[in-house]
Design a protein around this ligand. Structure first.
Ligand code: SAM
Ligand code: SF4
Length: 338
């Protein structure tokens, strides 16, 4: 039994959640996440090995992390991911392990992931139209994702959360169709506001859509009732949850742009090249963990580095100052992990 000491930062937030991007590579090229061409990927040597990630995870748990999400790039394109997930379940002190995927390879991997001990999954799906899905992902086949979600459901994953980046002029006419998915399946549809991060670019004709507009739209179809968050949900993050009367599932809103939630941010992010980030919206402060790891640092030195970054976690950023913000976060979302 290890003793965990939760770390409260300078803004009275308990930092207990780590997102690990296990690869910067992806089998899609979503327009809001990556540029079309010219992305340079990390070389084999630059990327953390699974063993290195596990060492960081063990130190992070000692620094108060109890929850981890494995993400990417696309995590399912990295060989050995299932064994890595199984190893995470053995890290003493970790209480919640989940995965975010684009779903393209999910049908093939769902059972082995579930058998590895991971029961919680987020799948990204921004359109229910095959053509639009192909356009936004620059080539993706929606049928693979739909089969992956069905397989996850049949396998027993719970909850299954479906991430939708809402974009004006692109999928705003599908909002009700997404909401309807919650009627007879216990899915949680999560509308995420587009965030202008890195050098990805939405097409000029498409743009930001606030979650308030989406709530208005769904309310006019079927009144939304707030879901009283359980303690677990409150710890789970920034989504505000609602349900439509009689629906099995829930609808969540992650409104990073319109309703800043820095004051309740409980997370750190580890990039595939071993940089620990304190804030999604800023490249500073960041701590390089790979170099000390490869130079032979001890576990307790690693823990100290993590605690030190937590103590420097900023109170907040005005993301709406987009020009300033862009300068602060030049890293693409695919490298940070969302
Ligand atoms: N490839 C996996 C996927 O797409 O689910 C995991 C990594 S992806 C970076 C994680 C999440 O970030 C996805 O739900 C994606 O839609 C979201 N995302 C990426 N770029 C975004 C942006 N600019 N604004 C808002 N969400 C974004
Ligand atoms: Fe790949 Fe996910 Fe980014 Fe889309 S959102 S390009 S699937 S990493």
């Amino acid at each position: 039994m290890i003793v965990l000491i939760a770390m409260i930062d300078n803004y009275n937030r308990e930092i207990n959640y780590l997102r690990i991007s296990i690869t910067d590579r992806c089998n899609l090229r979503c327009v809001y996440c990556m540029p079309k061409e010219g992305v340079s990927f990390l070389g084999h040597e630059d990327i953390l090995s699974y063993e290195e990630m596990l060492r960081i995870m063990n130190a992070a748990v000692k620094a108060g992390i109890i929850k981890v999400r494995v993400t990417g790039g696309e995590p399912l394109v990295r060989r050995g991911v299932t064994d890595f997930l199984a190893s995470l379940t053995k890290v003493e002190g970790l209480r919640d392990i989940s995965l975010t995927t684009n779903g393209i390879l999910l049908e093939d991997h769902a059972e082995e992931i579930f058998n590895a001990g991971i029961g919680r999954i987020n799948v990204s799906l921004d359109s229910l139209s095959p053509d639009k899905y192909r356009d936004i992902t620059r080539g993706g086949d929606i049928n693979r994702v739909l089969r992956g979600i069905q397989k996850a459901y049949d396998t027993g994953f719970s909850p299954i959360k479906i991430n939708v980046v809402a974009i004006k002029g692109f999928n705003d006419n599908e909002i009700i169709d997404f909401a309807k998915l919650t009627i007879d399946k216990p899915y949680q549809i999560r509308f995420i506001e587009f965030m202008p991060i890195g050098d990805s670019a939405l097409e000029n004709s498409l743009g930001y859509l606030s979650n308030d507009k989406i709530i208005e739209k769904i309310n006019s179809f079927s009144p939304l009732e707030p879901v009283i968050p359980t303690r677990r949900d409150r710890a789970a993050g920034p989504a505000c949850l609602y349900t439509m009367k009689g629906a099995m599932g829930e609808i969540g809103f992650i409104s990073a742009m319109s309703h800043e939630f820095c004051s309740s941010c409980n997370r750190l992010r580890l990039t595939a090249d071993g940089h620990l980030r304190a804030c999604l919206f800023s490249d500073e402060p960041t701590t390089d963990l790979k170099t000390p790891l490869r130079d032979g640092c001890t576990n307790s030195e690693l823990e100290t580095l993590i605690r030190d970054l937590i103590s420097r976690k900023p109170g907040g950023y005005n993301i709406n100052c987009q020009q300033t913000h862009r300068r602060k976060c030049a890293t693409n979302m695919s490298s940070i992990g969302g």
